[in-house]
Design a protein around this ligand. Structure first.
Ligand SMILES: NC(=O)c1ccc[n+]([C@@H]2O[C@H](COP(=O)([O-])OP(=O)(O)OC[C@H]3O[C@@H](n4cnc5c(N)ncnc54)[C@H](OP(=O)(O)O)[C@@H]3O)[C@@H](O)[C@H]2O)c1
Length: 228
């Protein structure tokens, strides 16, 4: 049976961009929202752009309950509360891909700064808030929604951090469903604290160079990764 990807907060810029790209790649998507009607409207909008798209909208917890693969795309200020709300809905053994960047802007500060997270990173905070047996991968922090919403190739690397090999592999495969993206194995989940910080740097570069979608390409890597 075809897998379903639930995107919690999928009505927003990042979640909608990922949904649009993955729907085009033939993935089955459930857009999640606090409001089922808003989710359905966003899903319909994406479906109107993709011939044969399999995409629907649900309230967040309902989307999670129907999927073994959940992608979290809410602002850092809403991350913990959202995870607590959807926690009972996770299927046993599901995987969570967390995209959260702890930008200070989400709590009233600057977009070029981050806030400290007690657990070390937003991803490690997420890992504490999902049920036992749900594995977390952190990814897509440096992938601008500006690039996702277009039709062209997305020329950047996506660093994936995870403790679980299966969650890492799934996140890397999903990243590479988007034309132009190369997935890079960033190591354990704790490395997400570095990956998350880089986004604040990228936002600063966007401001200084008056552009909208600075990304990252690493050089010198043997890709595909022979260890995977
Ligand atoms: N935007 C980017 O370019 C980008 C790039 C890399 C990573 N990210 C990360 O991706 C995540 C989403 O970013 P975004 O720009 O898509 O954010 P966003 O558009 O501001 O918000 C995404 C969705 O989160 C839900 N949401 C907002 N406030 C909430 C609250 N208080 N409680 C529960 N849900 C709430 C909303 O959905 P409903 O109102 O429909 O529930 C909203 O559509 C962030 O953690 C960000 O750091 C973003």
């Amino acid at each position: 049976m075809k897998r379903t990807i639930a995107i919690v907060g999928g009505t927003g810029a990042e979640g909608s961009g990922l949904a649009w790209r993955w729907a085009r790649a033939g993935e089955k998507i459930l857009i999640g929202s606090r409001d089922a009607a808003r989710a359905a409207a966003r899903a319909a909008e994406i479906a109107s752009r993709v011939l044969g798209a399999e995409i629907e909208g649900r309230e967040n917890a309902a989307a999670v309950a129907e999927s073994d693969l959940v992608v979290l795309t809410v602002p850092f200020s809403a991350q913990a509360a959202t995870l607590k709300q959807i926690q009972p809905a996770f299927r046993p053994g599901a995987a969570l891909i967390d995209t959260t960047v702890p930008l200070a802007a989400t709590v009233g500060g600057r977009a070029t700064r981050t806030v400290g997270v007690w657990q070390g990173s937003a991803a490690e905070q997420a890992a504490e808030l999902v049920p036992d047996g749900v594995c977390v991968a952190a990814a897509f922090h440096a992938l601008s929604s500006e690039l996702l919403r277009g039709e062209g190739r997305v020329e950047c690397d996506v660093v994936v951090c995870a403790n679980d090999a299966g969650a890492r592999k799934t996140a890397m495969e999903l990243a590479e469903k988007i034309p132009g993206i190369r997935a890079v194995n960033g190591g354990p989940l704790e490395t997400a604290r570095i990956a998350e910080q880089l986004t604040a740097l990228l936002i600063g570069l966007n401001v200084r160079y008056k552009v909208r979608a600075v990304g990252i390409r690493f050089t010198g890597l043997p890709i595909p990764d022979p260890q995977l």
